[in-house]
Structure formats: structure tokens, C-alpha cells
Design a binder for this molecule. Structure first.
Ligand SMILES: C[S@@+](CC[C@H](N)C(=O)[O-])C[C@H]1O[C@@H](n2cnc3c(N)ncnc32)[C@H](O)[C@@H]1O
Ligand code: SF4
Length: 455
């Protein structure tokens, strides 16, 4: 278990900010997931089609429907339509999946959204049948996302039938007032019943919580974590609120109201402390896993993040595939996506080919961002160049700031560095990308200040 850090003095956090820069106020993905953190794409030509190449692939399937629209959420979602419309959408997913070569090895499946469990059970069953009908699968842990008010025993039955081992359920907050602000439409009774149903059925259960929500206190967040931990869930993923301008929260929360680096470090220290007190240990920067639980440990060992390594084939509206170092993003507009697929045309709207430098950048940020040691020898084997020649300057800066520990054969984030893992990985970005991100940041408007309160 990583040692528990006491609160870092504010003056020290300010010294860190001098080196790392402020926390981004406009968010896409965290900087450890390049290029999604700075998504500048090129329009796709008609010929672009994300048919996956030979060899193993991870699959992401996007189910966009939700019972409500949370005000912070910037994922491609839409209200639940009539069943016939959902069936039409699942047909489109099925059609995209039919481009996979039969018996392709599946390295990891993640069905996300939206909320996949708002699909009627027959449609969820059809989607999973389409995926497993084209692929072969070993001991990988496959995941389906769900929400407290949509998951039912019948859905659990479908998941078990297809060998899905893990679910990830959004809870975000247990505070009634905050839940209203963010337009979540379930209560804590439903959260607890859903936890009991999922844990009781033998699934590995992750719960998502968010800190830094408008009006949220540290005490609020502490009781949220304690609430779900008490129900035997296997892991808790604690996200800081990421504010995106395209969301209602983005239009409401001022620049001053967003989490700065001092807030981030404080919340993360708190999260780590509370999680440890509840019997959880940190496995990735925002994920805490139950200790003394072989099911949780086994799942964590076998779980691979589909956004990470290897080829990833993604189906659905706005879904992003990554195949042979090119990212393909499907049409963002629901109708355009369906029309393209139904006409047998490529659903890809934009692409981004990663150049040699960007491939190295991705390797470095993913490795450190996932909490793993960056081995100089692996880097050299992979790219034929030296890590120090490519990234010597940011490495020196981060080492001197105590964020990174250079141990000769490999480089690691320090315990302190882990609290600012996203800011630390951003230090490896080239000037042109940082400038693009800064330009987005400069667009932030100002309206009402809803800064989260420290208790
Ligand atoms: C696509 S949602 C799936 C879960 C399910 N739809 C639900 O909300 O119950 C995945 C997770 O992303 C996180 N998330 C979405 N938008 C976020 C944001 N702006 N900032 C931080 N986390 C966010 C939430 O914790 C959410 O549970
Ligand atoms: S957080 Fe989940 S339920 Fe809320 S809008 Fe996003 S995908 Fe839908």
C-alpha cells in the first residue's frame, strides 16, 4: 500500500505549480491519454473505414441512451427513445461489428455510454451476442457500465450469461442537494439496492464518484465513499470534476470556480486517506481497490484499460477506434452515424494519425499515467531512440521538483507526483499542443461562481 501522505503545505503546492503549470480549466481526457486530451483531428475521406487489422483487438461499444442528462457529462448521450429506435441503433452496432474478422482474439471489452443498462435486456443480449459471436476470448475481464436506477436482475442475468465479470456503476454523489444540481435522478436507496444486487450476484463491482462538484464539501465526499465502501463493492473510481464548455456545468461554473492545482491536491489527499480508512488501496491514480479481497485483486490483475495499449476497435456514435497508430472518430451526430452505417458507408468522421514523436509521447504519458515504471530499455526497444535524448529536459525538470524519481533503469512518479499525475504527464507535451490547450482555456467565459467548499 502506498504510504499515507499528510496534507502537502500550500506553499509546496505552489512551487509544484511553478514547474507543472496550473490545472487545466477546460477538460477533455486527462493528459495521460494523448491524443484524446488534445483532440485535434483531420476530416476523414470517404474511403476511411475503421475495419480492424489482423491480430488481437480490444472492443469498445458505445450505448448512448440515458434516463437523464447529468449537467457535467460531456459524453455522447441522448434521452431513451422508443424501443424500436434502440433496436435500430443496436442493428447499426451489429453492422459495424460484422467488419471484424471471425475468430478475432478479444483482448478486452468495454461497453460504455451513456448507460448500456437502459437497453432492454433483449437488445443488450443481442449486442453482447454480436461481439462474442465474432471474437474469441480468454481470461480477460470484460466490463459493462450501468446506473443505479437502470440495472435489474434480468440485466445481471444477461451479463452473467455472456461471461461479463465486471460492472462499473455511476453514483457520482450521495448528496441529495448536489444530485439535484447535477440532474442525477436516483436516490441513495436505489444506489444501495443496486450495490447489493451486483455484489450479491458475484460480479466485480466498481463505483464511480466525483469530487469537486458545485457546493460539495469534503464531508459530503467522505460519506459518499464510506456509503459505497460499506456495501462490499470491489473498487471505487474517484474522478475530479472535469469541466467542459459544451456542458451546462461548463456554462455555469466560472474560471475561479474550477478546481485549481491546490484544490486538486487537497481533494486527492482526502480521497486517498478516506479510501485507506475504508480498507481500500490505490491501484491507479483515481482507482481504489478493496484490500483483503482476492476477487478484487484478481480482477485488477487481469483488467486492461481499453483506451490504453494495442489496437482498439470502437463501435457506435462518436466512438473512437485506435488502429495501427491512427485514431478514427465516428460521426458525433447520431443521425449522421446511423445514416452512414445503414448505407454501408464508413461511419468515421475524423482521423488523427500519430507521428513518431506522438507515439513516444503516448507511450510515456500512458506508462507514467497508469502508475507504472517507465523502463529506459523498453522505451529504446520500442522506438530505437533514447528516452533521455527525446525527453531529457522535462525529465530533469520533474526530477528536480520531486515529482519523478529517476532510478537509473527506470523512472517513476513519486508519491507526491502521483497526486499531480495529470499535470506531471502534461510536462512531456510539445509546445504546439500546450498552446492549443491554452487557446481552449482562454475561451472560458465567466458567469456564476460555484466553487466547491472545503469543510
Ligand atoms: C459514461 S459514464 C457511465 C456511467 C453511467 N452512465 C452513470 O452515470 O451512472 C462514466 C463515468 O464518467 C464520469 N464522468 C463523466 N463526465 C465527467 C466529468 N465531466 N468529470 C468527471 N467525471 C466524469 C462519471 O463518474 C461517470 O460515472
Ligand atoms: S454521467 Fe452517465 S447517466 Fe449521466 S449523462 Fe453521462 S453517461 Fe448519462
Amino acid at each position: 500500500m502506498p504510504p499515507s501522505l499528510g496534507p502537502i503545505p500550500v506553499s509546496e503546492i505552489h512551487s509544484l505549480i511553478e514547474v507543472l503549470g496550473e490545472a487545466p480549466q477546460v477538460s477533455y481526457a486527462p493528459p495521460s491519454i494523448y491524443p484524446m486530451s488534445a483532440p485535434v483531428f483531420d476530416p476523414a475521406g470517404e474511403a476511411d473505414r475503421s475495419a480492424p487489422p489482423n491480430g488481437p483487438i480490444g472492443i469498445y461499444a458505445h450505448a448512448p441512451f440515458c434516463n437523464y442528462k447529468c449537467t457535467f457529462c460531456f459524453y455522447a448521450t441522448r434521452p431513451v427513445p422508443a424501443e424500436a429506435e434502440m433496436a435500430r441503433y443496436v442493428d447499426a452496432l451489429d453492422r459495424e461489428l460484422s467488419w471484424i474478422r471471425p475468430d478475432t482474439e478479444l483482448t478486452q471489452l468495454y461497453v460504455g455510454g451513456g448507460t448500456p443498462t437502459v437497453l432492454p435486456t433483449e437488445l443488450l443480449d443481442r449486442l453482447l451476442s454480436a461481439i462474442f459471436g465474432r471474437t474469441t476470448s480468454g481470461r480477460e475481464v470484460h466490463t459493462v457500465e450501468c446506473s443505479p436506477e437502470s440495472i435489474t436482475e434480468a440485466h445481471v442475468g444477461v451479463l452473467r450469461t455472456h461471461g461479463i465479470e465486471r460492472v462499473s456503476m455511476g453514483v457520482q454523489t450521495g448528496s441529495e442537494g448536489i444530485r439535484e444540481t447535477i440532474n442525477r435522478r436516483h436516490d441513495n436507496r436505489q444506489v444501495l439496492e443496486a450495490c447489493d444486487l451486483l455484489v450479491g450476484s458475484g460480479l466485480v463491482v466498481n463505483v464511480d464518484l466525483i469530487y469537486g462538484l458545485p457546493g460539495q464539501t469534503e464531508a459530503d465526499f467522505q460519506s459518499d465513499l464510506e456509503l459505497v465502501a460499506s456495501r462490499g463493492v470491489h473498487s471505487v473510481t474517484c474522478y475530479n470534476l472535469r469541466v467542459n464548455e459544451a456542458t451546462p456545468i461548463g456554462r455555469l461554473v466560472t474560471r475561479e470556480g474550477r478546481l485549481d492545482a491546490v484544490d486538486l491536491v487537497r481533494w486527492r489527499e482526502l480521497t486517498r486517506r478516506v479510501a485507506q480508512n475504508c480498507g481500500f488501496q490505490q491501484t491507479r491514480w483515481h482507482t481504489y481497490q478493496r484490500v483483503d479481497c482476492e476477487t478484487a485483486a484478481d480482477a485488477a490483475r487481469r483488467f486492461r484499460d481499453v483506451t490504453g495499449w494495442g489496437n482498439q476497435f470502437s463501435v457506435g456514435v462518436s466512438a473512437r477506434s485506435r488502429l495501427n497508430d491512427t485514431v478514427f472518430r465516428n460521426h458525433k451526430k447520431y443521425d449522421a452515424y446511423l445514416n452512414h452505417v445503414e448505407a454501408g458507408r464508413s461511419p468515421v468522421e475524423e482521423t488523427k494519425a500519430l507521428d513518431a514523436f506522438e507515439r513516444r509521447l503516448r507511450f510515456v504519458t500512458l506508462t507514467l499515467g497508469e502508475g507504472r515504471a517507465l523502463e529506459r530499455a523498453s522505451y529504446e526497444r520500442e522506438f530505437g531512440t533514447s528516452f533521455d535524448d527525446d525527453f531529457g529536459a522535462p525529465l530533469t525538470r520533474l526530477t528536480e521538483a520531486g515529482v519523478v524519481r529517476d532510478e537509473g533503469p527506470d523512472v517513476n512518479l513519486t508519491d507526491r507526483g502521483r497526486l499531480v499525475y495529470d499535470l506531471a504527464t502534461r510536462a512531456f507535451y510539445p509546445e504546439s499542443v500546450l498552446q492549443w490547450m491554452q487557446e481552449r482555456q482562454d475561451l472560458v467565459g465567466t458567469t456564476v461562481n460555484l466553487r466547491p467548499r472545503a469543510s
